[in-house]
Design a protein around this ligand. Structure first.
Ligand code: F6P
Length: 320
């Protein structure tokens, strides 16, 4: 019987469990034995794996986090790391691996494919920063979490006639900020891709106030280049409005995955098994135009994406 391994790596993302479930159950249905590694690439280094049966992935579809645990393994990328991982793969006689994670995890997967191990990569990160795919597993849930927070913040912000800065995650990618800002009616969204001059932000707030707006919501992505403290002080000084900052932080990584994330994770997991069964050597699986697709893993790692600046403009026009 053929054997495959699965691991989740990097920051956890809602939907990782749904992907694990799909890989385990589709894998068993295809005649594979499935081994789950704990703590991402760390488990591969340590040989820390469990044999997984259908029942091991029962009741996890709706849960955030990852039952396999996750880690950002520096050791795997350091000298000797790959060799240890290859030894584990040899010891367990694995015929292939499914890796679920973000950018760093994709780099790790490429190293394994380079060494001759068939790897299917699934995009699992709230950041939506993998350019080869339109959506990553976890992004939709994170945006919904931010939208829920914005709705609540709006109530109190409006009651006190304040400005509120909502700081969101995303590392070097502004997608969580952009999409939650657009969906949540923010005045301005500041991200690594779009950073208007601060006087523009102050004037935007002032013109809203002059038209009788009770409150303003500014979304600041953690990687925008301006700290929320600096922004808060600048807004108070230039608009005279009381300003508060809410840092949503790890709240954005938890919670039950949305319908979109469960479905994306399930389809990607099923595709990974199908490709391993077909003897593919190294693929990244993603979504384009609502369809799940696979491409060469090295090409996927090289992809870049231009930001769609018109969406920032639209967000600002809508909140005028
Ligand atoms: O990649 C997901 C993410 O939550 C980023 O948005 C954030 O910058 C980073 O992880 C935080 O990493 P850590 O969990 O190591 O604090």
């Amino acid at each position: 019987m053929k054997r495959i391994g699965i691991l989740t790596s990097g920051g956890d993302a809602p939907g990782m469990n749904a992907a694990i479930r799909a890989v385990v159950r589709c894998g068993i249905a295809a005649g594979f034995e499935v081994y789950g590694f704990h703590r991402g690439y760390e488990g591969l280094l340590e040989g820390d794996a469990i044999w997984m049966e259908r029942s091991d992935v029962g009741d996890i579809l709706h849960r955030g986090g990852t039952i396999l645990k996750t880690a950002r393994s520096r050791r795997f990328m350091e000298p000797g790391g790959l060799e240890r991982a290859l030894q584990t793969i040899k010891n367990l006689r694995l015929d292939g691996l499914v890796v679920i994670g973000g950018n760093g995890s994709l780099q790790g997967a490429c190293k394994l494919v380079n060494a001759g191990i068939p790897v299917m990569f699934l995009p699992g990160t709230i950041d939506n920063d993998l350019a080869y795919t339109e959506k990553t597993i976890g992004f939709d849930t994170a945006v919904n979490t931010v939208l829920d927070a914005i709705s609540k913040i709006r109530d109190t912000s409006s009651a006190h006639e304040r400005v509120t800065i909502v700081e969101v995650m995303g590392r070097d990618c502004g997608d969580i900020a952009l999409y939650s800002g657009m969906g949540g009616g923010a005045e301005v969204v500041l991200t690594p891709e779009y950073m208007p001059r601060l006087p523009y932000v102050y004037n935007k707030i002032l013109s809203g106030l002059n038209r009788g707006k009770l409150h303003s919501i500014i979304i600041n992505a953690e990687g925008s280049g301006v700290s929320s403290e600096e922004l808060e002080a600048g807004i108070e000084a230039h608009t005279g409005k009381e300003t508060r900052t809410v840092v949503l932080s790890y709240l954005q990584r938890g919670g039950s995955p949305s319908a979109d994330d469960r479905i994306l994770a399930t389809l990607c997991g099923a595709k990974a098994v199908e490709l391993l069964e077909a003897g593919e050597k190294g693929c990244a699986i993603g979504e384009k135009g609502g369809k799940v697709f696979a491409m060469d893993i090295f090409e996927a790692a090289e992809c870049t994406r231009e930001p769609d600046l018109s969406l920032y403009e639209l967000t600002e026009v809508l909140s005028m």
